[in-house]
Each structure stands twice: as C-alpha cells, then as structure tokens.
Design a protein around this ligand. Structure first.
Ligand code: PMV
Length: 335
C-alpha cells in the first residue's frame, strides 16, 4: 500500500542572517537568525512512499534529478523512515512557481515542503516543531519556512546534536512590510551557501568576529520587530547582511557574491534613503538585492531599483503564511 501527501511552502528572507554552522553534526547554525516568510511564491511537493518503487526518485520542476540533489532528498527521507519505521522508497515530485534564478532561495521552501509532505505521507501526524527540525537538518533556512510571518531560529550548541526547530515570533500582519527583489543575474550562483559558509569559517579572519557580532544584531532586529519599528529593523537588517558579506569577502580566496549590478542596486537604495524614503537592503549568498520598505513606498522603491544599471527585473513580495498540506493524503496510515 502506498502513502502520499502534498505540501506547499514559501521562501523566506533572513533579516538577521544565518552564516556559519555550529561545530559538530546536525547542521545547526552557529548564529541565531530571524526571517520573514513570503507570500505569493511557493514550492509544492508530493511524496509517495511506495513499496513498488525500486529506489527513491526525485522529479524537480518536471526533470528527473540525481546526484547531490537526490542524495539530499534521500537523507531527509531516511530520517522520516527511521522515525516512522518505514522501509520503502519514495517518489518526490516538486515544483517551484518562481524561477530558480529569481534571487529567492528555493532550498528554504523546497526542504520545508519536502519535510512536511514526507512527515505526513509517513503518517506521523501534526508536529510542526519536529517538521521544522527535520527541515533544518537539510537546510537551516528551511526550518524557518515551516512557519509564516516573522520567524526565529536559535543558534545550536557546539557538539550537541539535539532538536533545534525554528519558532514563530510574530504573524505576517504584525509589521506592514514590502520586500522588493532586484534580480541582477540569471542562472545559479557560483558558490552555494553551505560551501560558502564553510570556506568563511575555515579561512576568514573575520568569521569569529561575525559570529560574536551576529548575536547582538539578532537581538536588535528581534526587539525592533516586536516594537514594530521598521526604521530600526531595516537599519540593523542591512548591517547584518553587510557584516555577513564582510566575513565572506575576507575568506581566502574571497567570496564575492556581488556583481556591479548588486552595487548599483545597493547605491539606489541608499540614494532613495537620502531622499527621505524608508528603505533598507539585504543580500543573501547571491548577487540579488532585496529592499525592505513600508507597503506605501513599494512603488517608488520598485521603480528606483528597476532603473539601476544591470537590474533585470523587480519582484514584489510581502509577509506570508507557513507551510501547509495541500489536498487529501493517501490511505490512512497503519497504526
Ligand atoms: O539554509 P541555507 O543552507 O540555504 O543557507 C542560507 C544562508 C543565507 O540565505 C545566506 C542566510 C539566511 O539566513 O537565509
């Protein structure tokens, strides 16, 4: 008998960045992070555990995937199988409704949707914290996409592989916010976030300073968010992104995720700010710039960013919901 479930999850953008892993197994972050889950864009993933399958299979956006992509999905499925006492392979079918090169991390929504679908297909019931912990083991930012609105993920403790789920901090409506993504390049980024943060940790003299500083930035961002203070939140979020990139730039060789268009878009955000608009920038492990502003300023910020040299297009997003199940699951799981 096969068992199936389908889940949908949305990307998130970190306002307080996660960059660096706590020493030891389990993929726990070295620093606490705080993000906003985005509405509109989504990944939908179906998982079917089926004894008739020879092995796990993964179909990503209609294309059969293998190699590292399949291995990462299988690692997550293995954890679910161990937890549920299942032995059979699974077919995973996943679809993004936003382009992979959109500047929004598909790993966060991808692993959040996969974790939730696999958990329910295995009949493990309602357990968001466990699903978040499961997603975190594959991609730490994915732990945050399990929840909607504003979400925090604590740092792990070195050498302790223990449950570490994200936690919802405030609902999507808590702070009126627009996120404008200035897309500056097509195609996948040159250095993925895991290898980027590992290289930073291994070779950057600024890594320790980043880890020390990131906790204070996180607390400032958390406080500003809870107080509904967008200017304070924006200023500290921009500082978090720049400090993260400073640590990566000082790696050997330096990790330069930015292009000329990244700098142009950043300069445009600062020019708008100098002109009195409340707008701040954040940048992940890629060349795209994400601007944060009040919804009433979104139009002006979007056209400012669209006019920056090298910006290809501007996507608009806002705080949105957490991951959820779609439609009906397969036959009721055996007790
Ligand atoms: O979760 P990962 O391994 O894709 O790493 C995400 C790292 C950043 O996007 C750069 C920062 C963050 O907190 O999302």
């Amino acid at each position: 008998m096969s068992r199936a479930a389908t889940a949908r999850a949305h990307p998130n953008i970190a306002l307080a960045k996660y960059w660096g892993k706590a020493p030891g197994a389990g993929n726990a972050p070295a620093v606490p992070s705080l993000s906003v889950t985005l509405a509109g864009l989504s990944t939908t993933t179906s998982v079917r555990f089926d004894p008739a399958l020879g092995a796990d299979a993964l179909v990503l956006n209609g294309r059969e995937a293998g190699g590292r992509e399949l291995a990462r999905a299988s690692e997550l499925l293995d954890r679910v199988r161990a937890r549920a006492g299942l032995a059979c392979p699974a077919l995973v079918e996943s679809q993004n409704d936003f382009p992979t090169a959109s500047g929004l991390a598909s790993s966060a929504s991808g692993f959040a949707a996969l974790a939730l679908a696999a958990w329910h297909a295995a009949g493990l019931g309602e357990a968001p914290a466990e699903v978040s912990d499961l997603a975190r083991r594959s991609s730490a930012s994915a732990a945050r996409s399990v929840y909607g609105g504003f979400v925090e993920l604590p740092a792990g403790v070195a050498g302790r592989d223990e449950p570490l789920p994200a936690r919802p901090l405030a609902p999507a409506g808590h702070l009126p916010l627009a996120v404008l993504v200035a897309v500056t390049a097509e195609g996948p980024k040159a250095t993925g976030s895991t290898s980027g943060m590992n290289e930073t940790e291994r070779t950057s003299p600024y890594y320790e300073a980043w880890v020390r500083h990131a906790g204070a930035l996180f607390r400032e961002i958390r406080e500003a968010l809870l107080a509904g203070d967008l200017p304070r939140l924006g200023e500290a979020a921009e500082a978090s992104a720049l400090a993260m990139h400073a640590s990566a730039l000082a790696a050997r060789p330096g990790l330069l995720y930015w292009t000329g268009a990244t700098v142009e878009a950043l300069a445009r955000v600062r020019a708008l700010r100098a002109a009195g608009v409340g707008v701040w920038a954040t940048i992940d492990a890629g060349p795209h710039v994400k601007a944060l502003c009040a919804p009433g300023d979104a139009e002006r910020v979007a056209s400012g960013l669209a006019g920056a040299p090298g910006v290809l297009r501007v996507l608009r997003a806002s705080p949105g919901p957490g991951a959820g199940l779609v439609g009906a699951a397969g036959p009721a799981p055996a007790p």
